[in-house]
Write a protein that binds this ligand. Structure first.
Ligand SMILES: [Zn+2]
Length: 1007
């Protein structure tokens, strides 16, 4: 899965496994939290009943009889219930017991589209059951979406994999049905109790069919689509806006297959799937495999498609789409590959979006060539479909053979999308294709190793782009700001989590699709690859190939990967990969190194954990962790060394042969010189000054782009925690005004630094005006001369130039850059009636600028673009802009659009993120979030609302806000405990900055 582009934090809520009791509901007993069990609900019902019965004398006489009967019934029921409770207590683990192994699922789903939006299903699971002492079978099925109708366990004399599914094709005599079923809401599974199960199993061997018929709905009881399980998505027909079009689609990762099928929903329980789908005959159906047989029932206006049986795969990768889309196809290019058959590749989208599928189809085609070569394994399925889904909670999903995407992550138009949209589509498409091997062919055993899937797919997508799109942009540079820097930022929080984690709750699993998993995960792979390829060329690639071959169609753990990679460097005794990498996956946080010059061209390199001072820390916070780290150094004469540090500090003697003729006193070293290390570097003042001098002299001649990117980002990060004074960072970035800094990634860092300080200073500190002048000076003297204001179709600007230009325009309002603001306004005036002519690469800042500087008229013009454009990226630009007005009435209007369904729930996060940045909208939006907590919770995927809280907290800086948050987010308004901890920690951090860093900066500015 590719997550959406926002910061996500992990749920670290601790669940006490003993904190469970059970309630009786008819035949069912469900476990629930102790606090719930002790609620007075039942008591008051009894009390009301008693009061009713004692109202009259007649009732009083009846009461005695009733009470006696009740006592007898109660005694009998209680003794039965005790038995059931004692059976139930046997099982409450998040993981299934392991005595039932699914081999093959045959499932038929009959989906009714408008107006019913529901489905019936039958699933026959062929199971290998190990006879044991238990008399129950545990199977996942979410009670909130599925009703189980009939359940039969049937002995199968001979396992026949081609047997078609039919809910009544078994001999009732040879079957048993459960005597009781108990539901666990925490784990969304049923415990099916069978009388004499052991006897039945002993008599009939080990292979059984479990028949279950069920029904469910594509929407919840409120008619809302939850974007989980088998759900409803809709879109408007652009030629007739009053007509809605629909599709039914599945999203199962991580634990939502159970919302659509009763199944054994764990990644290691791989099975073959044979799927039938029935749907109205004006729709089409897709699944993981190609259609094998299609039958039309003209009388019932229905079509039934049977799909080929899948290879063994995990349940979270099963996918169904029932739609009315169009498509465009090509083939995976396998020229020169002996014995390889041709594999069709198809992109599907709504009819009116078909002119935007070409780029992703081409990117998919190139990615397959790249990955088949890199992994040295052919993509194993006979087809691949990529589908653009109008309502999609994540970015995309790698279902085996049928990948689904958020529209903006699959569709690209060279007229209405910009370079960044294109890069994102390329990244997401190649990410999902990488998963076909890393995730789908070889799957993690359990969700604690989710990072194996996600970190790897993220890392590989950049590797693929660097190969196939090198003429368009430099993916190594983009990786630095889109993965490594967010990974370092999130991991700096004292409430970060480890890459490998022991999840005890499905909510924990859902919340783990975050920046630690994706960004830190991919970054440590970048570091590892650089490390082991220095030992042996292509060692990393070879280790991966062996790993995939060894575990194909199976499951593996993190350590299995480390062992294969260690083998690929012949188990080098210095570089013990499993030991080294376990530190990186099981320690929270990351290290920094400090380099001190100790004279005579010698240096001391000391490591410590990168930590934020003066903030609350979790009780198990360990500030003394030591990592095994690779440190590549380069000196001022371009001599390089590969060092390793595995304890607190080392000494390093530089190259004595100063070939470049620099006097020894001027020599210095620069660490992490290839920017592959996942750590930060701090220099003593003498080295720091020498680096700054060289930057001022000629930045691009003395340092590579990757070195300047690391240096700028480390400088910004150290200034944030006070390890380098903010005034020093500000002065250092002046280098851009005397020496050209042409790289957009470096500028993104500098502009982030300027915005961060700006946001902190804007309300409280009197030196704000002086600060703005300094920031404007860097902007006007360093960045503006690199920007081409007007571009025509003849201009062929590079990705770097376009990104520089977009970054500059996006700071027009916060840094009050009048000339650019006027320029944007003129483009708007020239294109009021021809908005489609606005250059998409500056459309986002233009929309924001006219709304910020305009009034109702401009706001309504952008709202009109949001509601009426067919261009997906224009709609997103417009949505972000209308989240950013100054006028409170207009801010309220946008917030109201969340409530009345004009803004899709998949996009709520954009509104809250934008409003959290805006000093005008922040407070209103925050209050809106609190006032409408229930509505927003119901329309967000689990854990999302916690992220919204952290967006706002990152701009707050008062004790009153901490108190408000602590008071509000209690059991009545639950958010993940880690979101709460992170929110409070970032407010404390902002308060500390104002107290400790602002005075120093203001002293400098007032001089
Ligand atoms: Zn992924």
């Amino acid at each position: 899965m590719r997550n959406i582009k926002h910061i996500q934090l992990k749920d670290m809520e601790e669940i006490d496994e003993n904190d469970e009791e059970f309630e009786i509901d008819g035949d069912d007993i469900r476990p629930r939290k102790k606090s719930e069990f002790q609620s007075t609900q039942n008591k008051s019902t009894f009390k009301r009943l008693f009061e009713y019965l004692t109202e009259t004398n007649f009732k009083k006489s009846l009461l005695i009889i009733a009470f006696c009967s009740f006592f007898i019934i109660f005694t009998i029921t209680a003794s039965l219930a005790t038995k059931v409770i004692s059976e139930q207590i046997i099982y409450s683990n998040i993981k299934l017991p392991g005595n039932v192994i699914p081999i093959h699922y045959f499932t038929h789903v009959d989906i009714r589209m408008e107006p019913k939006f529901n489905f019936n299903g039958t699933i026959v699971s062929t199971l290998n059951i190990t006879s044991d002492k238990n008399d129950f079978i545990v199977i996942h099925a979410d009670e909130s979406t599925l009703s189980l109708n009939s359940i039969h366990l049937v002995s199968v004399p001979k396992y026949n994999s081609s047997k078609p599914v039919n809910s009544t094709d078994f001999d009732l005599e040879s079957s048993i049905t459960p005597t009781n079923k108990v539901y666990s809401p925490e784990n969304s599974y049923y415990i099916l109790f069978f009388k004499d199960l052991k006897k039945f199993l002993d008599k009939n061997g080990s292979i059984f069919n479990l028949y279950i018929s069920y029904n469910g709905s594509l929407v919840d009881s409120e008619g809302t689509s939850t974007l989980r399980g088998l759900y409803l998505s809709s879109y408007k027909n652009p030629s007739n806006h009053s007509e809605s079009k629909y599709l039914a689609v599945t999203q199962f990762e991580p634990v939502d297959a159970r919302l659509s099928f009763p199944c054994f929903d764990e990644p290691s329980l791989k099975a073959n799937w044979t799927i039938w789908i029935t749907h109205p005959n004006n729709y089409k159906a897709l699944s993981n495999m190609p259609a094998y047989l299609v039958e039309d029932n003209k009388v019932a206006h229905k079509t039934t498609t049977r799909f080929d049986t899948t290879p063994k795969m995990s349940s979270y990768l099963v996918c169904i789409v029932v739609h009315q889309f169009s498509s465009k196809s090509d083939f995976i290019d396998r020229r020169g590959k002996e014995g390889a058959t041709s594999v069709p590749l198809t992109v599907w989208a709504a009819d009116h979006l078909m002119d935007t599928v070409d780029f992703s189809l081409d990117m998919a085609k190139k990615s397959f060539v790249f990955f088949e070569d890199y992994f040295d394994i052919l993509y194993p399925l006979p087809k691949m479909d990529l589908v653009a889904i109008p309502d999609f909670a994540a970015g995309a999903m790698e279902n085996f053979g049928l990948m689904t995407f958020r529209e903006s992550d699959l569709l690209y138009s060279n007229k209405t999308s910009d370079q960044e949209n294109k890069q994102r589509v390329a990244e997401v498409v190649s990410h999902e294709i990488a998963h076909q091997w890393f995730g789908d062919l070889v799957t993690m055993k359990w969700w604690n190793d989710l990072w194996l899937n996600e970190g790897f797919a993220t890392f590989m997508s950049y590797k693929c782009m660097q190969k196939v799109l090198i003429d368009e942009f430099d993916s190594e540079e983009i990786f630095q700001y889109s993965s490594k820097q967010p990974g370092l930022d999130i991991d700096a929080s004292p409430f970060t989590h480890t890459i490998s984690n022991n999840y005890t709750d499905p909510l924990d699993i859902m919340a783990s699709f975050d920046s630690v998993t994706y960004d830190k995960g991919s970054s440590i792979l970048l570091m590892l690859e650089a490390m082991i390829d220095r030992v042996k060329e292509n060692a990393f690639r070879d280790g991966i190939r062996n790993y995939l071959k060894k575990y194909a169609y199976g499951n593996a753990e993190t350590n299995d990967l480390w062992e294969m990679l260690y083998d690929s460097i012949a188990r080098d005794p210095i570089m013990v990969i499993p030991d080294i990498m376990n530190q990186w996956t099981t320690y929270p946080g990351f290290p920094q190194i400090k380099i001190d010059s100790i004279g005579n061209n010698s240096y001391r390199i000391t490591q410590s954990k990168f930590t934020q001072p003066n903030t609350t820390r979790p009780s198990d916070f360990n500030a003394n962790s030591i990592w095994w780290m690779p440190i590549k150094v380069i000196d001022n004469c371009e001599n390089t060394d590969d060092l390793y540090i595995s304890n607190k500090s080392i000494q390093y003697k530089g190259w004595s042969d100063q070939a470049c003729g620099t006097p020894a006193k001027d020599s210095f070293i620069f660490a992490n010189s290839d920017a592959t290390g996942f750590y930060r570097t701090l220099y003593d003042s003498s080295i720091f000054d020498k680096i700054v001098n060289r930057l001022n002299e000629n930045a691009t001649e003395h340092f590579t782009t990757l070195q300047r990117i690391s240096f700028a980002d480390d400088l910004y990060a150290f200034s944030k925690i006070g390890a380098i004074p903010t005034s020093v960072a500000l002065k250092t970035f002046y280098y851009t005004t005397v020496s050209v800094e042409p790289n957009f990634v470096v500028w993104k860092d500098i502009l982030s630094f300027l915005s961060f300080v700006h946001n902190r200073l804007e309300t409280v500190v009197p030196c704000y005006i002086q600060y703005i002048k300094k920031a404007q000076y860097i902007f006007n003297k360093g960045l503006l001369p690199l920007i081409k204001l007007n571009i025509t179709s003849d201009d062929e600007l590079s990705y770097n130039q376009l990104e520089l230009r977009k970054s500059a325009f996006s700071k027009v309002n916060s840094l009050s850059i009048t000339s650019l603001r006027i320029h944007l306004n003129q483009i708007y005036l020239d294109n009021i009636d021809t908005p489609e002519n606005i250059d998409p690469s500056i459309r986002a800042p233009l929309f924001s600028s006219i709304i910020q500087n305009g009034d109702i008229e401009e706001y309504e013009w952008v709202v009109n673009r949001f509601e009426n454009t067919n261009a997906i990226n224009e709609r997103i630009d417009a949505l972000k802009a209308i989240s950013n007005p100054k006028n409170p009435q207009l801010i309220r209007n946008t917030l109201k659009m969340l409530l009345d369904g004009k803004i899709k729930s998949q996009d709520f996060y954009m509104v809250f993120l934008e409003m959290s940045y805006s000093p005008f909208a922040r407070e209103l939006a925050w209050n809106f979030l609190l006032d409408n907590f229930n509505f927003i919770s119901e329309n967000s995927t689990p854990g999302d609302i916690g992220k919204y809280v952290t967006y706002f907290a990152s701009s707050m800086d008062s004790q009153a806000k901490i108190d408000q948050i602590k008071q509000f987010f209690t059991d009545a308004h639950p958010i993940p405990a880690s979101s709460l901890a992170n929110a409070i920690s970032s407010i404390q951090y902002n308060m500390n900055w104002l107290k400790n860093q602002a005075p120093e900066l203001c002293n400098f500015l007032n001089k």
